[in-house]
Design a protein around this ligand. Structure first.
Ligand code: UD1
Ligand code: CA
Length: 451
């Protein structure tokens, strides 16, 4: 490991025009969390002396997201070199190594960053940079090496000639620089290029002109260093991150029948021994205890699930659903802001919203808690061991006490006492022989028409 003190600069002031968004680029989310926070988390694991994030003017969301780290505003976005110049003001007197990272390249791993720092130390270089050999190098700065394979300069896409454009070795944007000399090099950067910007990528040429050395660390992992410039890039990063998250869960004892079809949120918690069938979406704030089975095509967010529960297929759990141990939720059941106690079953086609349901209660197919009257939400309270027959509409606010039975097809608008039967539907009327007579008349009419 590197023994020198470390500071980290993250460039995040760019407008991200190619994203066509009114959000700062680095505030776009991966697994539900701004990309800048993924990068910051990795940086924090180094325990650096300081992390400085360069932001743009009018980016209040970003300023809040980077706390407690130092934010420096780059008033005029005049390029990546200009951005590092701004950051340097927050690192006065710092003489250790300075890791310079791009906010739009958030998936760099700790190991890769370590390699970059070590490459500088081991080669006694003034600067090290992370390069990558890419099949498609479009849009990236190309690394120009001399006959001795030493880095001479970096040429940006817009400044490259046809021959240079063929180069596959690119700049990932991650540098590690000698903090004592960084400021003096930055002063030498000019903006004589196609975009009239101050490019940080001028550093190797400036250092070479002084007779100094830039060492190149090369990674093969193009997915890890993928920069986010467009929405398609964002999707590519999401894919990489999702795959990492799934691997992490599987390593912790979660089975996935078809991992590629499971979408996770950054904070999804799943205990060991759980099984996920294919095609499951997890939104924010889901916590699942051990030995739970989530069956295919379920959509789950803001939900707590106890051990031994079975959910789905085709279940939707959201907004404060709390399922205690051994609850069973079947197909086409939606649960919102409802607590289901131990052993509750809702196996088919139901909506349970703003409700509390006691132990071992059975909710029949088609049961609806009518929780909304067009103005406010009301609660449905159901006791233990209640049997709610199929297709019951429970009009809230309403309470059904322990051991009661609700007849199928009932619309319940009054509280039901313990052990009672509530039946609220038209009585069945039987007309003997009616169907046979009806058929006879109809068939005779049909014959007459045909003759
Ligand atoms: C940059 C590199 C390129 C490299 C690529 C890797 C330069 C000139 N080019 O190109 O060599 O291959 O990244 O992904 O460095 N930013 C600021 N202030 C500015 C301009 C940019 O903070 O004035 C920030 C942006 O927010 C972004 C990062 O710097 O996070 C990179 O800027 P971007 O414009 O995306 O650079 P690329 O064209 O991708
Ligand atoms: Ca970029």
């Amino acid at each position: 490991m590197n023994n020198k003190p470390l500071a980290i600069i993250i460039l995040a002031a760019g407008q991200g025009t190619r994203m066509k968004s009114n959000r700062p680029k680095v505030m776009h989310e991966l697994a539900g969390r701004p990309m800048i926070n993924w990068l910051l988390e990795t940086c924090e694991s180094f325990g650096p002396e300081k992390i400085v994030v360069v932001t743009g003017p009018d980016m209040p969301g970003l300023e809040a997201a980077i706390k407690p780290h130092t934010g420096v505003v780059q008033k005029v976005r005049d390029g990546t070199g200009g951005a590092v110049k701004c950051a340097i003001s927050a690192l006065k007197g710092f003489t250790g190594d300075v890791l310079i990272l791009l906010g739009d390249t958030p998936l760099l791993t700790v190991e890769t960053m370590q390699t970059l720092i070590q490459t500088k130390t081991e080669n006694k270089a003034s600067l090290s940079l992370l390069g990558c050999i890419m099949e498609n190098s479009y849009g990236y700065g190309r690394l120009i090496l001399n006959e001795k394979d030493e880095l001479q300069e970096i040429v940006e896409e817009k400044d490259a000639d046809e021959e240079q454009k063929q180069i596959r070795l690119v700049n990932t944007g991650a540098f590690c620089a000698d903090g004592a000399r960084l400021e003096s090099w930055l002063e030498k950067i000019d903006n004589n290029n196609a975009q009239n910007e101050f490019y940080i990528t001028q550093l190797p040429a400036i250092i070479a002109a002084e007779g100094g050395k830039t060492a190149v660390a090369i990674t093969k992992d193009a997915a890890e260093i993928h920069g986010c410039n467009t929405r398609a890039d964002l999707a590519a990063l999401e894919k990489t991150l999702q795959s990492r998250l799934r691997t992490r869960h599987m390593n912790e004892g979660v089975s996935m029948q078809d991992p590629d079809t499971v979408y996770l949120w950054h904070d999804t918690q799943i205990a060991p021994g759980c099984t996920l069938e294919p095609n499951i979406y997890f939104g924010p704030n889901v916590s699942i205890a051990e030995n739970v089975t989530i069956r295919a095509f379920s959509h789950i967010e803001e939900t707590t699930i106890g051990s031994g529960v079975a959910v789905g297929p085709f279940a939707r759990l959201r907004g404060g659903a709390k399922l205690a141990q051994d609850v069973k939720i079947g197909n086409f059941v939606e649960i919102k802001n409802a607590e289901l106690a131990h052993g509750v079953k809702a196996n088919h086609l139901a909506y349970l919203g703003d409700a509390a349901i006691g132990e071992n209660t059975n909710i029949g197919a088609g049961t609806i808690t009518c929780n909304y009257n067009g103005f406010e939400k009301n609660k449905t309270m159901i006791g233990k061991n209640v049997f709610v027959g199929s297709n019951a509409a429970l009009v809230a606010p309403v309470t059904i006490e322990n051991d009661a039975i609700i007849a199928a097809g009932s619309t319940v608008t009054e509280n039901v006492p313990a052990d009672a039967l509530a039946i609220a539907r038209a009585a069945t009327e039987i007309r003997k022989g009616w169907a046979a007579k009806y058929r006879k008349i109809k068939e005779a009419a049909k014959r007459k028409k045909a003759s």
